[in-house]
Design a protein around this ligand. Structure first.
Ligand code: MN
Length: 385
């Protein structure tokens, strides 16, 4: 069997089609670290790490991810065999604590290599696909009610959305809820409506906001309070008549165990980067399933590489009552893979082909490759002030 003899990282900056407004900041670019593994017999595996438009989520940045990989993880990975994937993951854990984003990128590239070596898709390596598509929640995140409503209607018409997810938390709670209520009225029940305040609320704010959200038809409320406040999540989950989803609060299988024991969520979001990859995400999903808690397929706005990996994971998950949101390639102006993902009928579809089923477009990688220092993120400002 083949041996990995080269690992290369590349930071790329991709423009977004429109402002993506998070609680802490607005973004017009998405940056990613691409990982390319090569074997001595000519195979190539690709992986990717992204943060949600900057280091505000976990402290990881594309710059720190690339440095961790180049300095500490590359020496662990080079010289190993793709077939020893689990052994390589354990070896990385012995050398670098945490660093789930960097490890997820390498694991993704290892799975791509292994699939290519064995002639099967990554979802087959993960146990086999039980679904070929994932219903999509389109992120409404410009902060402007009129623009969000128009975009939502357009995405429904184009078959790119089965539901909507609205970012909240950048405004004061009353103004934010009034904005959401106006948006819900404009959308008029066209599709399920979900919200994500990204930890912005206190427990008291969340407790008064949730009934107002329920009243306008919101059926899923993501991480309303701080990630560490598991007790508040448990109380809110107990009182809510709709789903309360943990995102920031569940990164690892032990986090999931704690959340399950304390009933501190009624839904849990899976993301490759936050847990360290495909296998860790499957472990979280298994614990959630055993606790009767459904999972959701989240995103940090991956390119076509990470989106394909996310879809391979999603394909192995039986119950996904709220679908997911891997929409990165639709938000980016240009991608770095040859064949774009298939988005149709309100869903993302599982790619064909060996490994991840995507290949890098090296011209586009060269075009978007970062040269020198670059600042691409802006502090939170709503459009129009
Ligand atoms: Mn979230």
């Amino acid at each position: 069997m083949t041996t990995i003899d080269d690992l290369e990282t590349t930071i790329i900056d991709l423009p977004l089609r429109r402002l993506q407004q998070f609680t802490a900041m607005g973004a017009r670019h998405q940056s990613a670290v691409l990982v390319v593994l090569r074997t001595d017999d000519g195979l190539t595996g690709i992986g990717e790490a992204v943060t949600p438009c900057g280091p505000w989520w976990s402290g990881d940045s594309v710059e720190s991810i690339a440095a961790t990989i180049d300095t500490y993880l590359e020496p662990v990975v080079v010289g190993t065999r793709p077939a020893d994937l689990q052994r390589t993951l354990l070896a990385m854990d012995r050398v670098v604590y945490n660093a789930s984003f960097a490890k997820a990128a390498i694991e993704m590239a290892l799975f791509d290599l292994l699939g290519k070596a064995l002639g099967c898709g990554v979802s087959t390596l993960l146990g086999g696909a039980v679904r070929d598509r994932l219903p999509l929640n389109w992120p409404l995140a410009t902060g402007d009610v009129g623009r969000d409503a128009d975009e939502g209607a357009e995405m429904r018409t184009r078959g790119l959305a089965s539901g909507f997810k609205v970012k909240m938390g950048a405004l004061a709670p009353d103004a934010d809820l009034a904005r959401l209520e106006a948006l819900a009225q404009r959308l008029n029940g066209a599709a399920p409506l979900r919200v994500d305040p990204n930890e912005a609320w206190s427990e008291v704010t969340a407790a008064s906001a949730i009934p107002r959200l329920e009243a306008v038809g919101v059926d899923l409320i993501e991480q309303p309070v701080a990630r560490w406040n598991v007790d508040a999540m448990a109380r809110l989950t107990d009182r809510a008549r709709v789903g309360v989803m943990a995102d920031e609060g569940v990164r690892t299988p032990p986090d999931m165990m704690e959340t399950a024991k304390r009933r501190a969520a009624s839904v849990v979001s899976l993301k490759l980067m936050k847990s360290g990859g495909l296998l860790a995400s499957q472990r979280i999903a298994a614990i959630a399933q055993a606790a009767g808690i459904p999972v959701y397929v989240g995103t940090f706005l991956e390119t076509g590489v990470g989106t394909a990996a996310t879809m391979h994971l999603a394909a192995t998950l039986g119950e996904l009552p709220y679908g997911g949101e891997p929409v990165g390639p639709l938000l980016m102006d240009g991608d770095v893979v040859h064949s774009p993902q298939t988005y149709a009928e309100g869903a993302l579809w599982l790619p064909d082909g060996d490994g991840l089923g995507v290949s890098l477009d090296l011209d586009r990688v060269a075009h978007h490759r970062r040269d020198g220092r670059r600042r691409v993120y802006a502090a939170a400002t709503w459009p129009g002030g």
